[in-house]
Structure formats: C-alpha cells, structure tokens
Design a protein around this ligand. Structure first.
Ligand code: BDR
Ligand code: CA
Length: 312
C-alpha cells in the first residue's frame, strides 16, 4: 500500500532532493506540495517547488502557496546558505505549470476532511507555519493526521542558526510549539541525525555518474549547497537535511531514536527556537515525539542515489 503524503516545504536545495526522492519512490503518493516562506520568501519558494516538479517530470503535481510569514515573528530567511533564489546551483527553466488557486492551508484541511482518517502523513521540510495554521483553524482534524514527520531542531549537536536553534524551528518557534503540543504522532529528524549524512565528494560523484537531467541537477544543487557548510564545519561535504524525512518513510530501519518529550523555547531571546529534548526522560513531561539520533548514512545515500537515478 502506498502512503499518502503532503510535502510542506520551503525549497531550498535539500528540500529539492527530498521532493525528487519522494517522486521517485513508489511507496509514496504525493497528494500535493504546500509551500511556506522560509529559506527565501514565499514567491520564490513556490516558484522553486514548481521548477522541481518539472525537473522530475511531474508537472501535474498540485503546488499550493501557503503562509508568507511566521505566526508571530518577522520572517528570517537564509539566502547566505541557499543563494538569492533559494535554489542556486542548477540552471532550471521557468516552469510552465501553474500554481493552484487554493491556499495551502485550505488544501491540507480539505484533504484531511475528505480522505480516510489516519491515512495522511504530513512531511514538513521547512518552518511549521502552514501546519500550525491547520491545527489552529481545525483542531478537530488533529486525530485524523496519521503522523507528522519533520526536519527540525537539534540538541546534542547544537543549533545551526544560533548556538542553540535550528533554522526551521527558529523561524517559527510558536508554530513548532503548536505542532508539538497537538497530540499528533510526531517524528523528528534533527541536526543530530542530518549532520551524520554528509555529501562527500565520493557520494556526489555517484549522482554525476547517473548521466541524467535529475542527476546533473542534483550535482549542481549539492555542490552549491555544501559550500557554505564545508567552510563552516571544515568537513568533506555538508549535511543533507530534508531528504531524511522522505527516507525515513521509505526505510525507517535506517534510523534509530526514542520517544521522549520535545519542547521549544519561544520566550527567551538567547535560546529562541531551541528544541529542549528530554532524551534521558528525567521529567514527566509527555512523550510527544520520536526523536531520531542515529542513521546508517551509507544506506541512506544508497537509497537516495538508487531512487533519483530512476528519474529522467
Ligand atoms: C533546514 O533549514 C533549511 O535551510 C534546510 O532546507 C533545512 O530544512 C536545516 O536547518
Ligand atoms: Ca527546508
């Protein structure tokens, strides 16, 4: 049985690789792509999402624009990481496919209402603003969500945008709080795991060897994306974040984690957006998330490369 997913995203080079992985995987049915402001403003993230669909040969995919700003804070973007367009690297043509008229939040609400309860997985690759709007507007739908699998946070590894905060959670910490308190089953792929999935030169060469349009575009995306983190961390390659969300759905056995409490600080400037993870279960706060720390990184890249090689 295929798993029905909605991808909520702010592309982003690593978001792009995640979307390609989902399209290339028969285990997953992408019902729609909902777009949020994050790495770059909404007008660019929605354009980028459509470019990626066309790159994958999937122009019939429905792409919906959502929130153009966080719930309560001004938008913070990351052009210094992703480039001016948010998708710097490959030279992708202007998309011919249209953006849907419906708002992303309405699309998610309608889908949850009309599809079988417990059948929809939300994959969150950016700030959690759209999903928080869904939960605020229609809290009665929370029990109908099968699970939310999200890339965000970091605890043992520290933050990547402040010493304590990861970008997706930092941009909209209030949205993250709403999601974490929703009672929906939540799986978190934080920096603690994505920093173990490095785009080494040898791994990037395997994308080049595909000799396909998607393979060449992946190389250009990865080579642009890793330059910032290679300099920052002094590593061979940079962490590849968002594709872990999709890989987890296809092969959860590649990952190790535990159910524990995860809370977000939205009150203190110094630690704004910090995910506080009760890994050792020293509080009696509710166990609200499956927090992942371990990965078989070689098997993750084997999966990603084998799948993206199937695309045109
Ligand atoms: C996250 O922030 C974005 O820059 C990436 O696309 C990823 O979702 C990593 O902190
Ligand atoms: Ca992202």
């Amino acid at each position: 049985m295929t798993r029905k997913i909605i991808i909520d995203t702010d592309p982003g080079q690593d978001d792009a690789l995640a979307i390609l992985l989902a399209f290339a995987s028969p285990e997953l049915e992408v019902l729609g792509i909902t777009v949020v402001a994050g790495n770059v403003p909404l007008a660019l993230t929605e354009l980028n999402a459509r470019k990626i669909c066309e790159l994958a040969g999937r122009p019939q995919t429905k792409v919906f624009a959502g929130a153009d700003r966080p719930l309560m804070r001004p938008l913070v973007t990351a052009e210094h990481v992703h480039g001016k367009t948010g998708l710097d690297g490959p030279d992708l043509p202007e998309p011919a496919m249209r953006l849907q008229d419906q708002h992303a939040v309405d699309f998610i609400i309608d889908t949850l209402r009309t599809k079988e309860a417990g059948s929809i997985t939300l994959c969150a690759l950016g700030p959690l603003t759209n999903i928080a709007h869904v939960l605020i507007r229609a809290p009665e739908l929370a029990p109908r969500i099968r699970e939310i699998v999200l890339m965000g946070g970091g605890f043992f590894e520290g933050g990547n945008v402040t010493p304590t905060a990861e970008f997706n959670i930092y941009v909209d910490p209030h949205a993250a709080q709403i999601v974490l308190q929703s009672g929906v089953p939540i799986i978190i792929l934080p920096l603690d795991v994505t920093h173990k999935a490095l785009t080494t030169a040898e791994r990037v060469e395997r994308f080049r060897a595909m000799g396909t349009r998607a393979g060449d575009a992946s190389v250009a995306l990865l080579e642009f994306f890793e330059r910032f983190d290679e300099e920052k961390y002094g590593s061979d390659g940079g962490p590849l974040h968002d594709p872990n969300v999709i890989a987890y759905l296809i092969k959860p056995e590649l990952y190790r984690g535990r159910l524990c409490n995860v809370a977000v600080d939205a009150a203190n400037e110094l630690t704004l957006g910090m995910t506080v993870v009760d890994w050792w279960r020293v509080t009696d706060r509710p166990k609200n998330a499956f927090y992942i720390r371990g990965i078989d990184a070689d098997a993750f890249f084997d999966l990603l490369i084998e799948r993206i090689a199937r695309l045109p």
